[in-house]
Write a protein that binds this ligand. Sequence first.
Ligand code: 13P
Length: 250
Amino acid sequence: MTVRSKLMVGNWKMHGGLADNASLLSEVLNGLEGVNCRAAVCVPAPYLAQVQTLLAGSAVSLGAQDVSAHEAGAYTGEVSATMLRDFSVRYCIVGHSERRQYHGESNDLVATKAQRALAAGITPIVCVGESLAEREAGHTESVVKRQLAAVIHTIGHCVSEIVVAYEPVWAIGTGWTATPEQAQSVHAVLRAQLKAATAHSDRVSILYGGSMNAANAADLLAQPDVDGGLIGSAALKSFEFLTMLKAASC
Ligand code: 13P
């Protein structure tokens, strides 16, 4: 039996604005009655200070969407893990498929980013997932295992301190969600890989992401190895996000 409470994380991606953030979060924070899962929002870097203030004292944690692989230095435009820590960032997404696809992030770079986050006391949410072509070619398992293996290789036994998010690329922003069975079968592969890497694999939450919404969250969350969700567009609507937080609460 697992003791992990569900973790529901909103990934705002490149959405938001000062006024919209304030109204979304005020609606979310006012609707938390009956919610007892863990919750976080990963916001664009310019809004970290604003959202830190808005979430202060609440049950919702602050997250970032990326972190530099470097500690400090001449890296124009990058944000270091220690800078994120200055804003009480608790979680940081690393290796989202949009970063892998549009910014050429390799498995090794993602692993270094996870290491930087951990060193600053921030929990990396390591994203893995296959493209449609890879799934159709029967390579899903080997792709996600290779992505996670790079992180395990780099951070060793600290892997028990990370969160993993399985996000099939073909399900992101498409409305085409993995079935609960498809998600569970990949999550079970990842769980076994974690188990082989650390005696404390039970601490690792494995989230599902990809067109998760208020209508399909409960069925996905009912799977034994689905420990929560990484939610894109549905996390931008307070009612929908709250409905999913409630589905994840026991
Ligand atoms: P959608 O929920 O919009 O499909 O996005 C999923 C995602 O990429 C979360 O990181």
